[in-house]
Design a protein around this ligand. Structure first.
Ligand SMILES: Nc1ncnc2c1ncn2[C@@H]1O[C@H](COP(=O)(O)OP(=O)(O)OP(=O)(O)O)[C@@H](O)[C@H]1O
Ligand SMILES: [Mg+2]
Length: 378
């Protein structure tokens, strides 16, 4: 199973130079006081997935603000089926750009990262996922799709966003160039339909996996969800319009809304507006109406069902980054969660302020304590 074997942080956040080595395919527990640097380590790991990492921070913000030079860098060796793969992510202060390197070579498309490692995280900021705006939920579901199932989904999202951004910009010109906009809209329609199709396919399979998981009776404290994707193209595809017809209808919609979109300064509809509805399967209640504790357990349940599904379908286990996951769960819930995760058998990163509650979490756990940007293995 692909997992991180090592991690080195240079001038990254509150770390000057720090590393973790000889990491196994098991639980890795990071403990330390508030502000010691636990989440920063998870953030560094999250940069090995396409996107801006778990805080969605701009590159310059991740630069250690006490040392200006060198530019921050995070490197790792991934244990994979093809042997050990060195990878690095860094910031070039001169150009202001991100550098992504796999096996010593610069790669342009971040989506290539998903070919080597599958990563998913849960952070305290995500506790309000069912109450937040649709964009957070969309990001969460899209990540589940591209990190383990459809690596090209990340590339398509970027391509769609780029075309949309250019279209929105062109529409601001008084005399916009129709031919250019035509070609951008064609790009949006083609990638848009593929994005929507991938989402529907994923939701269908995640629903199946969740129901199956619920039937095993293995889960006591973590409810399963039922999911629906709502969006212009997703709805059309779900109504069994062909892909070609969806593409044509979306093209017409885009063409017809040019004037309005020019005024509004954005594209009115499309896969960038899609929302994901989550229902508590057993209670048959919208997740947004569940209690805070239920919502948190439901979110953890989604990750468990997802991990189980990846394991069954792909024979791999995504690396999980669980920031402060134990904080809101009592002893029994924690024990259930850890036992399930251990049985699934992948690399799970867990942070917390107290080491004590993780002592018997799982066999072979590696413990690290963090103190003001210094990492010590126990
Ligand atoms: N660019 C930066 N340069 C230097 N220090 C930074 C930078 N960004 C964040 N920090 C600091 O890094 C420290 C550790 O942050 P982090 O979020 O990793 O803490 P934590 O151990 O997860 O704490 P908590 O238990 O409160 O979640 C914080 O004090 C923060 O202010
Ligand atoms: Mg933290």
């Amino acid at each position: 199973m692909p997992h991180f074997k090592s991690l080195t942080l240079t001038a990254f956040r509150n770390y000057e130079l720090a590393s973790l080595d000889k990491l196994g395919n098991n639980f890795i527990v990071l403990t330390g006081a508030n502000g010691s640097g636990k989440t920063n380590i998870l953030e560094a790991l999250s940069l090995f997935a396409p996107g801006r990492g778990l805080r969605k921070s701009p590159l310059d913000v991740m630069q250690n603000n006490e040392i200006a030079q060198p530019s921050w860098a995070v490197s790792t060796r991934i244990a994979s089926d093809y042997g050990e793969i060195p990878m690095g992510v860094g910031y070039d202060q001169n150009s202001g750009r991100r550098i992504t390197r796999i096996k010593g070579k610069d790669v342009r498309a971040q989506s290539e990262l998903s070919e080597y490692i599958s990563l998913l995280w849960l952070t305290p900021q995500m506790d309000g996922l069912f109450l937040d705006s649709g964009s957070e939920r969309r990001r969460f579901f899209d990540r589940m799709i591209f990190t383990s199932f459809d690596g090209a989904h990340a590339g398509r999202l970027t391509r769609y966003e780029n075309a949309m951004r250019q279209r929105n910009k062109l529409l601001q010109d008084d005399e916009f160039n129709d031919t250019w906009i035509d070609s951008l809209e064609l790009d949006m329609a083609e990638t848009g339909v593929a994005i929507a199709a991938s989402r529907l396919d994923f939701i269908y399979r995640l629903n199946g996996a969740s129901r199956k998981f619920a039937e095993t009776g293995l889960l006591k404290s973590f409810p399963m969800g039922e999911f629906t994707a709502f969006g212009y193209l997703e709805n059309k595809l779900a109504e069994r319009h062909s892909a070609v017809s969806c593409e044509e209808q979306f093209l017409t919609l885009l063409r017809d809304s040019r004037r309005i979109d020019a005024k509004r300064g954005g594209t009115s509809d499309g896969p960038h507006k899609t929302d994901f509805k989550v229902q508590h399967l057993k209670k048959n209640m919208a997740a947004s109406q569940c209690s805070t504790g239920e919502q948190k357990a439901l979110l953890t349940g989604i990750v468990l069902a997802y991990a189980q599904m990846v394991r069954e379908e792909k024979n791999i286990m995504p690396v999980l980054l669980l920031d402060e996951i134990a904080a809101h769960y009592d002893k029994d819930r924690r024990a259930e969660l850890f036992a399930l995760l251990y049985a699934m058998g992948g690399q799970v990163w867990i942070t917390g302020t107290d080491q004590e509650i993780f002592i018997n979490a799982a066999p072979e756990t590696q413990f690290f304590t963090i103190e003001k940007g210094k990492i010590k293995q126990q």
